[in-house]
Design a protein around this ligand. Structure first.
Ligand code: NAP
Length: 187
């Protein structure tokens, strides 16, 4: 399994990496939405319950995994887990690339173990927020693909894929306590 993480962040006035405000994205960048869809389509996406509720629906053409500590939490068309390692072990047999898609709590738990980072860096504008991407070091990752675009509101936006320099994808506990809830139709 290739374990990846995809995030969009901007800096606030303190230089922190802002990812959200009031359980939503603080910006609306169409190109970033397209980038996110293109990178994650056909793969598995793993998210926290709050991010799922912020999106408000499962993501099509992807296996959706949602984490909640509530074993009764069920979502049509998604796999729900109460344990991160069990979710990743399950994802491992589902697909070759698995994306952690947020939010702050998932990023914080997984930043030390991902092989790849897909970072949208909104460089041209500062944003204030209440959710943040954890600190990470450029010395642990090398860029393997770079693109940039100019956005009317945000100026330069960088899209970079980083590969961890040293492979550290840790072994995960093969538990299988998942529940799949059918939505009765295609996802
Ligand atoms: N800019 C970006 O790229 C991006 C991407 C995604 C999200 N976001 C933003 O991030 C913010 C949300 O982040 P957040 O940290 O508040 O919420 P979150 O990570 O989306 O969800 C947190 C919830 O996930 C569940 N959870 C997390 N780890 C778990 C574990 N190991 N085992 C079981 N359940 C677990 C818990 O649900 P229960 O409470 O049900 O137990 C927890 O309360 C929003 O503002 C959102 O817009 C930004």
């Amino acid at each position: 399994m290739l374990l990846s993480m995809i995030v969009a962040y901007a800096e606030n006035e303190k230089g922190e990496q802002v990812i959200g405000k009031d359980n939503a994205l603080p910006w609306d960048i169409k190109k970033d939405m397209v980038w996110f869809r293109e990178q994650t389509s056909g793969s598995v996406v793993v998210m926290g319950r709050k991010t799922y509720e912020s999106i408000g629906r499962t993501l099509p053409n992807r296996d959706n995994i949602i984490l909640s500590s509530d074993p009764e939490y069920k979502v049509e068309g998604a796999y729900t887990f109460t344990d991160l390692d069990a979710a990743l072990e399950f994802a491992n047999v589902q697909n070759h690339e698995v994306f952690i898609i947020g939010g702050e709590s998932l990023y914080t738990q997984c930043i030390g173990r991902v092989d790849r980072l897909y970072v949208t860096y909104i460089k041209g504008k500062k944003y204030e927020g209440d959710s943040f991407f954890p600190k990470w070091s450029l010395s642990d990752f090398k860029p393997i693909q770079k693109e940039k675009s100019e956005d009317e509101v945000n100026g330069t936006v960088n899209y970079t894929i980083f590969q961890r320099v040293k492979f550290t994808n840790k072994q995960i506990d093969p538990l299988a306590n998942s529940t799949y809830t059918s939505n009765g139709g295609g996802v």
